[in-house]
Write a protein that binds this ligand. Structure first.
Ligand SMILES: NC(=O)c1ccc[n+]([C@@H]2O[C@H](COP(=O)([O-])OP(=O)(O)OC[C@H]3O[C@@H](n4cnc5c(N)ncnc54)[C@H](O)[C@@H]3O)[C@@H](O)[C@H]2O)c1
Length: 447
């Protein structure tokens, strides 16, 4: 399941062909290894607004070195990250401040740089300020496509009153944990900010927490289980009885627990709720990862292919979420995470069933985000092309196109989805609610 094209382009002859023929040249993406610092290098901070004064101290709590560099950096100074507070841009005549800050620094970036622009949610402001804040989206999405060298660029909309709740989001977006996330607009709202939980240990924020992960025996689900375990959680994995052996082996390795069941069975929500309450006293993180594809063009689609996909990918997460909430099994400050897909945003040939189910997952986030209280949040990830057994089944030509049509010219890894979910799951992410973040290397499709 490795990316043979990427391996080829790293060879001397591959590099020669890439240069002469103008072929895609996938950069090597750095991933986070346990024990590493969040940022290997210095982050330059600039801009003026609601966050600028507190940014250096906030980065310091994460062990991230920063320096305020409004314009030209000193000779030879290199940056691993750039953070710009754009919340003070109240009309379009001030947008040039973006260029003043970024242009002099872009040639002095280390590889895999991280760029974050902090803005105000446009719907919270009016008139000229709304125009200027909306404009930031075009800037960040374009810079994401230009930056290269495995760099990522995001816009974070920080609601009024949520200035103190951005730490977990910056920890994720400035670190290699967000290797395959770029061109995204993330919302940090005022949701549950009064209950925002202090995180004492940013390396193991989930100590003492219980996390349910469906479809945990392989692929993205196994990576989610490993990552939440790394962050300190006790993981309860769920998968179909046919994969019970694989599930048990992984959960034993992680010191976790398992439930072998088909999530579409009538009593699955009750059995899961009962198990979590009786054995673990409830649950803190629920990740609806289990999913299937049954691709066919709609003209040739049988009823059961359509219905099976909706049942696994959408109805089961809806029913399980409802049961866990109704029975009060989800603890205060709990986290519910859906796994959608780019297909649910952009649509895809042969996937009317799958795209319907995944757009429905986004609907589930929308419908519950405002309803949840006690600091409970719901968010989703929308993976693009992730290299797993599911995508290994995609025909060669489609797979090649799927992997190259993004700003990183490569497919993502299961861990990229898992790290995004671990950010949502952090107790520090109470203000991150109602988001659908694409883990797609800024795929051109549906962007
Ligand atoms: N791989 C990608 O590129 C990609 C892209 C977008 C979204 N996704 C989504 O990510 C999730 C994981 O995908 P993956 O690539 O790891 O797939 P996978 O097929 O490797 O793993 C899916 C897991 O879900 C389990 N599962 C399926 N039906 C179940 C049921 N009824 N009850 C319990 N468990 C069940 C499977 O047994 C399997 O372990 C899915 O929701 C998928 O739609 C994947």
């Amino acid at each position: 399941m490795s990316d043979r094209y990427q391996a080829f382009t790293s060879s001397p002859i591959g590099q020669l062909l890439v240069k002469n023929l103008g072929l895609p040249d996938p950069p090597r993406l750095e991933r986070y290894t346990e024990g590493d610092p969040l940022v290997r290098g210095t982050v330059a901070v600039g801009g003026t607004g609601r966050l600028s004064e507190s940014l250096p101290a906030l980065l310091d709590t994460l062990g991230v070195a920063s320096s305020v560099v409004p314009g030209q950096p000193s000779e030879g100074e290199l940056f691993k990250g750039l953070v710009f507070d754009a919340t003070g841009l109240t009309d379009s005549s001030r947008l040039g401040a973006l260029q003043d800050f970024f242009t002099p620094k872009l040639r002095g970036l280390e590889t895999n740089p991280r760029v974050v622009v902090l803005g105000t949610p446009p719907e919270q402001v009016k008139g000229a300020e709304r125009v200027a804040q909306r404009a930031l989206e075009g800037f960040t999405r374009s810079l994401g496509k230009e930056i290269g060298h495995g760099g990522t660029v995001q816009l974070v909309h920080v609601a009024d009153g949520a200035e103190g709740a951005v730490t977990s989001t910056l920890a994720f977006l400035l670190s290699p944990k967000s290797a395959y996330v770029s061109g995204q607009v993330v919302r940090v709202g005022a949701h549950g900010v009064t209950e925002a939980v202090r995180v004492d240990d940013w390396t193991r924020p989930l100590v003492g927490k219980v996390a349910l992960v469906t479809g945990a025996s392989r692929g993205i689900g196994a990576a989610i289980a490993r990552t939440l375990h790394r962050d300190g959680a006790t993981v309860v994995g769920v998968d179909v009885p046919q994969l019970a052996d694989d599930l048990q082996t992984l959960m034993k390795e992680l010191g976790g627990d398992w439930i072998a069941l088909d999530i579409t069975t009538k009593d699955a929500p009750q059995r899961i709720a009962h198990h979590l309450r009786e054995k673990h006293g409830g649950v803190d993180v629920v990740v609806h990862n289990a999913g299937i594809t049954r691709d066919k063009k709609l003209a040739n689609m049988s009823e059961d292919r359509f219905e099976q996909v909706i049942a696994v990918n959408l109805t089961a997460p809806e029913r399980i979420t409802r049961e866990l909430l109704d029975q009060g099994v989800v603890h205060d400050n709990g986290r519910i995470v859906g796994v959608a897909s780019i297909a649910g945003i952009a649509g895809n040939v042969g996937q009317t069933n799958y795209a319907t189910s995944k757009a429905g997952v986004i609907g589930l986030v929308d419908s519950l985000a405002d309803e949840l209280d006690n600091g409970i949040t719901i968010n989703a990830v929308a993976p693009g092309f992730i290299i797993t057994q599911m995508t290994a089944a995609v025909p060669f030509a489609t797979r090649e196109i799927g992997q190259r049509l993004n700003a990183m010219s490569q497919g993502g890894l299961p861990v990229d989805v898992a790290e995004t979910i671990a950010w949502y799951a952090s107790p520090g992410s109470t203000a991150v609610n109602g988001n659908v973040v694409r883990v797609c290397g800024q795929m051109m499709m549906g962007a």
